[in-house]
Design a protein around this ligand. Sequence first.
Ligand code: PMP
Length: 424
Amino acid sequence: MTTTIDTHVDDATFAKHESEVRSYCRNWPAVFTTASGSWLTAQDGIRYLDFFAGAGALNYGHNHPVLKERLIDYLVRDGITHGLDMYTQAKGEFLETFNQRILSPRGYDYRVQFPGPTGTNAVEAALKLARKVTGREAVVSFTNAFHGMTLGSLAVTGNAMKRAGAGIPLVHSTPMPFDNYFDGAMEDFSWFAKTLDDSGSGLNRPAAVIVETVQGEGGVNVASAEWLRALAELCREREILLIVDDVQMGCGRTGEFFSFEFAGIRPDIVTLSKSIGGYGLPMALTLIRPDLDVWGPGEHNGTFRGNNPSFVTATAALEQFWADDDLTDAVHRKGAIIEDRFAELCIKHPELSHRGRGLVQGLVFEDGEKAAAACAHAFEHGLLVETAGPSDEVMKLLPPLTISEEDLRHGLDILAAAVEEVLA
Ligand code: PMP
C-alpha cells in the first residue's frame, strides 16, 4: 500500500504532534531551515541574527566552514560514527589535541571521562564520582544554580518550577548563597563557613561543592575572582571536592577557554559540554584530577559516549580557534562593546541594570514581563535573544564568539529599540 505523506510544516504540525514541554519555539515561532555563522533563516525567508547561539552550544557560530569540511570529509571516507567507548582514531586525536592545545599550556592535568552526550550527563558523572571518592552523600550547590534536568543534577539546581518537575523529593543537596546574593549586605562566606564548622548547624559534611562561575540560566550572576578563590580555599581546607560546571561558560564564553582561569583556581572536577563539540553536535566531558579517577571499568557508562563526528569537529575547533589568544581577545573586545551599550541604556533607564563577563551579558529588568516583551519585540525585528533568571527578568545575550562587530552592533541596535519601546 502506498500513501502520500504531507510534509508541509507549519506551527500546527508542532502543536498537533509535539509535546507541550516544548519551550524556545513558543517565543520564536518561526520554522527554521538553514543557518550560517551568526544568522538563521526561516522557511518564509526571514533571517534572524542569533544572540542565543544554541544556549552556548554554538560558540563558533552555525556551520563554520572549516569544521563543516572536516565533518564532511570524515563522513565521506566512512569514518566511525558510533563507537561506544572503543578506541577510535577520532577519539585519540581529540584527546591528544585537547591535552596539547588546552590542558598542557594552562598547566592543568585532568583525566577525560566521556560520560554521555549532554551536559547533565557530565554533571551526573561528576556528582557520582565525588560521592564515591569521599564516601559522603551531600553536595553543596548555590542559589540560582542550574546543572541539568536529570535527578542528580536537578537536585543541585535552584529553580523551583524545574525542581517541581522531578515529582519526587530531591535530596542530598544543600543550597548556599551565591556571590552577592545578599547584595553585599553580608560577608559572602560567613554563612557557609560557619555552618560547615558548626557541629550544631545540621549541615552534613559535603562530598563536593558544585558551582558555575557565571550562572547562565540563573540570570547571568557573576562570581568574582576573589569569591571563587575563597571558595576553592574553603574546599581545600575542609577536604571537600570543588566541581566547576563549565557546561555553558566554558569553551571561551567568558574569554579564556575555561571560565575559572581568570581566578587562578584548580577545580578537582570540571564539566564541559555544549560548545566542546564545536559544531553543535552532542558531546560532554567530565574532567577529573588524576588521583580522583577511582572509577571501576564500566562503573558509569552509556551508549552515546563516543559520538565520533563530534570528536572530529571538536578537534577541528580546538585547532582552528585555540592555537593562539585571538579568540579570547576578541571575546573581551566584543564583550566590552555590549557592556558600553548596556551602560548607556542603564543611564537612560535607571530601572535597568547590567552584568556579565566576556560574551555572556545580561540586561536586568524590573520584572519578567518587561524582559519578555523586549525579547518578543527583538524577535519581530529579526533577533533571537532569550531571558534567564528566577523570574525571567534578565535579557541574556549569548552571541556566537565569532560574531562580526558589525552584526553585534546591528543586534544591539535592535535590542536598544526594543528596550525603548517596552520602557516608553
Ligand atoms: N550545566 C549548566 C551550567 C548548564 O547551563 C546546562 C544547560 N543549560 C547544563 C548543565 C545541562 O546541560 P544539558 O542541557 O546539555 O543537559
